[in-house]
Design a protein around this ligand. Structure first.
Ligand code: ZN
Length: 307
């Protein structure tokens, strides 16, 4: 990316330039290592990043000189996609994490922003949502979706004007709020598209979780694709800023195959490859393991209309 494509931005939640923003992560860009996989989700982490600073008011860590929205959109459009089994495991974890919230909602219609192959839409349909739809910028992800899910998925970037106001009971966005240039705009758009009493759900990494703090710069959350990193406090701050009430933000466990945990592990290749062979040899690759990896499941409700 050329320097001309980058500009300075304020905190994406409070919209202020913090007086005393501390540098949270120093920039590490190696253009020769950038490839189309850099922008695919759940890929082998490369741990390159733009400089990130922390807003002391919102507790949000964010890239203060990000590439332009156009550059990001282009990168995602052409991103490769390689994670169908993991996507399925993730969707099951999310359905479990949000079971209580989903139970409180009317089941008329739901929208997923960044739906991938639409695997979570499948879960929503199974629990009784009558109308489900998703928006997804990656052509490769949609091409990988099973035939019966394709009619649910629209290719593109989420734009509020494409939907009728107050037309959804639930809108969700998983592992995506880190990637967008303006997460507040997304949650504000969502609250206008929700019916009163409807809910917005998100899953985000928690940079304050002990796992991520322990790994530091080797954590999978340190990645060039992340424009901001949330803590439980900052995801609450984002929802509150947009007008949501009854906000919850909780840690939960992700269930994935051992082979995937192995791929995420921040180990040198010299150790990682033999470990992979051991897992394969013991036929443990397909074994599922639930771990709290420092992700936050957050939910906020649109206030019910006044009587
Ligand atoms: Zn702020």
């Amino acid at each position: 990316m050329q320097p001309a494509d980058r500009n300075h931005r304020p905190c994406p939640i409070c919209r202020r330039f913090p007086d005393h923003a501390e540098v949270y992560l120093e920039e590490r860009i190696d253009t020769s290592a950038l490839n189309s996989y850099s922008f695919a989700s759940r890929k082998e982490p490369e741990r390159l990043c733009f400089q990130m600073v922390r807003c002391p008011t919102c507790d949000l860590v964010y890239v203060d000189s990000p590439p332009s929205q156009g550059e990001l959109a282009k990168a995602y459009h052409s991103a490769d996609y390689d994670s169908s089994e993991e996507a399925n495991d993730a969707a099951s974890s999310y359905a479990d994490a949000f079971a209580k919230v989903l139970g409180r909602l009317a089941h008329d219609s739901a929208l997923e922003i960044g739906t991938g192959t639409g695997v979570f839409l499948e879960k929503l349909s199974a629990i009784g949502f009558r109308h489900v739809e998703g928006i997804e910028p990656s052509t490769a992800a949609i091409a990988a979706a099973p035939e019966h899910r394709r009619p649910w998925i629209r290719e593109g970037i989420f734009v509020e004007g494409d939907y009728a106001p107050e037309s959804f009971d639930m809108i969700c966005c998983f592992m995506t709020l880190e990637h967008v240039r303006d997460p507040l705009e997304v949650v504000e758009s969502a609250i206008r598209l929700l019916r009163p009493g409807g809910a917005f759900l998100s899953v985000t990494h928690d940079y304050r979780h002990p796992v991520n703090r322990m790994l530091g710069k080797r954590s999978p959350i340190v990645d060039i694709e992340h424009m901001q990193l949330f803590s439980r406090d900052s995801i609450r701050a984002l929802f509150a800023q947009a007008g949501y009430v009854d906000i919850e933000a909780n840690a939960f466990t992700n269930t994935y195959a051992l082979s995937y945990w192995h791929r995420l592990m921040p180990l040198p290749a010299g150790l990682k490859r033999p470990m992979g062979r051991v897992l394969e040899g013991l036929r443990l690759n397909g074994v599922k393991l639930s771990i709290n990896v420092g992700n936050t499941a957050a939910a906020g409700f649109k206030p019910k209309a006044h009587a």
